[in-house]
Every structure is written in C-alpha cells, then in structure tokens.
Design a protein around this ligand. Sequence first.
Ligand SMILES: Cc1ncc(COP(=O)(O)O)c(C=O)c1O
Length: 440
Amino acid sequence: MRKDTPIPSAVVDKYVEQMGLENVGRASIREIKRLVDFVEAETGERYVRMEMGIPGLKPTQIGIEAEKEALDRGVAAIYPDIDGTASLKKEISRFVKLFVNIDVQPHGCIPTVGSMQGSFATFMTVTRMNKDKDTILFLDPGFPVHKQQCRVMGRKFDSFDVYNYRGDLLREKLESHLAKGDVAALLYSNPNNPSWICFTEKELKIIGELATKYDVVVIEDLAYFAMDFRQDMSRPGEPPYQPTVANYTDQYVLLISSSKAFSYAGQRIGMMVISDALFARRSKDLLPYYGMEQFGRAMVFGTMYALSSGTAHSPQYALEAMLKAVNDGEYDFVEVVKEYGEKAKIMKKLFTDNGFRIVYDKDEDKPLADGFYFTISYPGFTGEELIAALVYYGISAISLAITGSERLEGLRACVSLVSRDQFPDLEYRLKKFHKNHKAD
Ligand SMILES: Cc1ncc(COP(=O)(O)O)c(C=O)c1O
C-alpha cells in the first residue's frame, strides 16, 4: 500500500490510468509533463519540475531591441545570406577569439537554426567526406535528440558512457572505438547534458590527439558555454577561457547555442564554428553529393542551402547585438546565468541531506561544478522506479537511461524551471520521501 504522500495518490493513480501509462518511469518526457499538468490542475499543488531543460531566465533587452529594429527596417522581407550576415559572422569570430582564445575566420562562423541545425548539418556533411567513414561516435551520456538526428538521416552511430573512463583511462577506451576506422566525427557536450561533467584539459588533449591520429572531426557542443562556474570565464580577452579541443586538433566544429547562454531558445539561433583547416579541406568523396570538393563550401552551399537556406534574418541581428555587447565588455552574460549554478548548489544539498546520491559526481579528482543539471539516485531504486515514486511527492525528472548512460539508477534533474520559493516545498517533500523509504 502506498504511504502517505504529499500529492494524494488517488489523483496521481487516476491520471496514470486515464493516460494509459503502464509504467510511469518509462514514460516520455512529454508524457510526464502531461501527467504533471493534470495532477497540478486538479490538486492545485505545484510540482518541482525538473524534467525539461528549458531556460528559466529572461533574455536581455539588448537582443530584443536589436531584433525589433531589424524587423522595423524590413529584414523580414529579405532572404538572408545562407551563411549569415557579414557583421554577425565577424562578431562570432571575435567572440570565439575573446572567450575561447581561438582564431577562426568569419567565413567559418555560421549562424544556424539553433545548435540543433548545426549538429544535423555537421553529421550530414562529415559523413560524406570520406566514403569509408560513415559513423558518428557519441561520448555519452548525451542529448538524445542528436542520436535521433542520426536515425532520421540514416547515419550509423556508436557510443560509450565515459563514467568509467575519465582521465588517462579515456585514451584506451576512445582509441578502441576510433581504431575501427569508420568514425567520421565524434560529439560530446561540455559541460555535459545530462551529467554536468566537464572534461579536463588532459581529457580534451587525449580527444584532440586521437582525433588527429584517426582523422576524426570533433564536434564540440558548447550549449552551456562558460557555465563551468568553478572558473570565471566572463572577461573578454582574459584567461581563463572556455576549455576546448580546438587547442589540440585543427579538425573541429564548435556548436555554440544561444538558447541557454543568452536565454534565446525561442528564436532558434545558434552558432556553428568550423575551424579554418576543416573549412578549407578538400575531398573528392564530397563531389557526388555536393558537386564541389571543399568542406566549407559543401556545408554552406550544399547542406545549409538544402536544409533551410540560412537562418531567420531578425534573430541574427539580436545575436549580433548581444555578442557585440559581450565582446565589448558591456554585458556580462556569465553573471546572469550563474543563477543556475547557485540554485543547483542548494538543490543538490537538499537531495543529499535526504538520502539521495549524486551519480556523476567528479571530474577526475575534482568535485563537479554546479550548473544547469545534476544527476541523482536513491539507494534501492532503479531510475524508472524513482521517477514513478517521486511523482507522488510532487517532483518530476527524467531517467538517465534515455541519455546513453549506463547508470540506470540515475535521474537527471534540471534546475532551470524550479524557483527559489519552491525550495521549502522541495525540502519538505524530500524529507517525507526519505522518511517513507529509508527503512524499506
Ligand atoms: C547538449 C545540448 N546540445 C544542444 C542543445 C540544443 O540547443 P539549441 O536550442 O541551440 O538547438 C541542447 C538543448 O538543450 C543541449 O542540451
């Protein structure tokens, strides 16, 4: 029999049955969202919603005003250039110089319809560059939609969970995958969604060296740019910079989302930064698909042209204005998003004080940073069981099982939508959960 829970179990059970959910723990993110919507509406109880990774902050007016002005000037009527406006491309190039400390010519700095289009376009183009290399390798855990992109375009992929292969151990494991010879590119996010691990310099060096050795393009997904708050990366042109594999290989594509760093998710604009060497690279294997040999041209006039013929015009002006303010040292975007890290610190403690464990907890020997996500488990529960149980306690999250993680006991918790005034509720609910389950 279910114990006394903060959310009346009869209400939860009613909607679970109505929705035909045989196993709540296995429900999709959207089904959990719907279930929680129903229960919240009937009970009036607000859930601590940690299932979806959407930005919880307002975008700066700098972007909004620039976008409005661009619309007033009439850009909506004009096709943008496929590879972005010249002024935005320059500003992106400046941004990566000032915050990553790398030199990339503006022609390789391309705005995309969200970072998701950047990954789609990159997977598509890199797997045509060498006819013997048709596979994308994911350093998991990762963002499930990237694999979905490979599936819908019929590309092969391979993956492994880096949990047991941190530091020097990464070399042998990664090499065992790359030595097969079929990997065209590898992708990881750093900081990582869902685990918030950040690769160390040693690990980035291993990745870069092996990528060079096996001729593999590294796709570095910087969706959470500069959000390893253990270091202050907020000052343009001054170290520390965003760590990057670009220091260890010249065959890279950086994907920089503006969804989280600038809370600009709704306008679907991201940045694809192709290294000068990769942009200029030529391959005859591109010819049948693109009619041209150069990677950069194939990307722009082949893939991007075919996908969307560029990125919406007005958000390009928003992004340019925000980048310019950041590059000129007039707007500190890192200060704004630090709120995520501060909330994570408090929330992690509430969980660990009540019997939960942090699943991914270290970068080699260093405690993990506090940021957008963290991972939790509770002794004796699988991830699925834990999600199903927490629903009765007014808490929602997603299972790590869908992220390629081997830690099947774990859940990903996202801090962005939880407001500070919910912390007392969270504490009360976790205490109750712990009281009800610790003796089981
Ligand atoms: C790791 C990672 N990559 C990419 C994205 C998508 O970014 P965008 O909104 O720019 O398409 C996300 C969004 O959650 C993400 O977490």
